[in-house]
Design a protein around this ligand. Structure first.
Ligand code: UDP
Length: 316
């Protein structure tokens, strides 16, 4: 076996995005240390990697310190879907804030480069459209989404203060809505909900009138963006938006899933959750220029792969 290129820690490595990142970095020849507490993830996501000698897994909650020796850290750990992060909001804030302090401390001791997956939620219900990185956001600090939004905003603050105060090599990316195989079937996300309902021939649950918009990035594109960011020169700290600028209403997404799956169960309209952002679309000109990155997978193609994944999952 060839010598590994380096050891990479991925917190939240058993999650939807984390597991794809573990897989890619193993394929690229790195040693991968996956840390997860399985709060909103599953061992099934990484089961196929366990017999790879370059892969290690630790069950660990990032709100507690971690002592390992690594060269790079991708800090993903945090419940990210509204139903998951709102189930225990105090713990969500602790995960975002204490988790970041612990991982930044680890990066400081080991001199590892550290990347934070922040979120488009830092823009709140945006008054500026599309959202570019210089927009400071419109977040309700006491609402039901605040534990995640403000938690991630504080995590960004910590990253930049560690950078200024301790000279840490940091990378901050803001992820917009991402979808694909290994999404949790019960995470309440719009893409997974619609597909899971359609395959069970249950009505698709549209919240509000379905005229709110989101921009959906296929997971493989996102992984390319994360890796490009980590590989970028040290002066590129971010924050950088990573997402697909193709913008769709939720009603349009529902129509597409109905057409693709052939379900006849129709749509059920349910109340819009509090503080649900009305519009969301990333301005990715910064990522294009700094990283040479942009998504390539069209929504229809990504949805087909995701439908295929859920068909197999539900059949099993
Ligand atoms: N949504 C919906 N039906 C669902 C789940 C979500 O209409 O079954 C809507 C939700 O109100 C929001 C959008 O879809 O406007 C995206 O929701 P999601 O939870 O996927 O992500 P968010 O971008 O809100 O974090």
């Amino acid at each position: 076996m060839s010598i590994a290129k380096g050891r990479i820690l991925i917190t939240g490595g058993a999650g939807f995005i984390g597991s794809h990142l573990c897989e890619r970095l193993l394929n690229d020849g790195y040693d991968v240390l996956c840390v997860d507490n399985y709060y909103s993830s599953t061992k099934d996501n990484i089961a196929h990697l366990l017999d790879n000698p370059r892969f290690e897994v630790i069950r660990h909650d990032v709100t507690f310190p971690l002592y390992v020796e690594v060269d790079q850290i991708y800090h993903l750990a945090c419940p990210a879907s509204p139903i998951h992060y709102q189930r225990d909001p105090v713990q969500t804030t602790k995960t975002a804030v204490h988790g970041s302090i612990n991982m930044l401390g680890l990066a400081k001791r080991t001199k590892a480069k550290i990347l934070l997956t922040s979120t488009s939620e830092v823009y709140g219900d945006p008054a500026v459209h599309p959202q570019s990185e210089d927009y400071w956001g419109n977040v309700n600090p006491i609402g039901p989404r605040a534990c995640y939004d403000e938690g991630k905003r504080c995590a960004e603050t910590l990253f930049f203060d560690y950078h200024r105060q301790h000279d840490l090599k940091i990378k901050v990316v803001r992820l917009f809505n991402t979808y694909g195989p290994r999404m949790h079937p019960h995470d309440g996300r719009v893409v997974s909900n619609f597909i899971v309902h359609a395959l069970a021939n249950k009505p698709l649950t549209v919240y509000g009138h379905g005229d709110q918009t989101r921009s959906f990035c296929y997971v493989d594109d996102l992984i390319d963006g994360l890796i490009a960011m980590m590989a970028s020169p040290d002066d590129i700290t971010g924050p950088i938006n990573l997402g697909n600028p193709g913008e769709f209403t939720i009603a349009e997404l529902a129509d597409q899933v109905i057409e693709m799956t052939g379900t006849s169960a129709g749509i059920e309209y349910l109340p819009l959750p509090q503080d649900d952002p009305v519009r969301r679309r990333p301005d990715i000109s910064h990522a294009k220029k700094a990283l040479g990155w942009e998504p390539t997978v069209p929504l229809e193609q990504g949805l087909e792969k995701t439908v295929h994944f859920f068909k197999n999952l539900l059949a099993a």
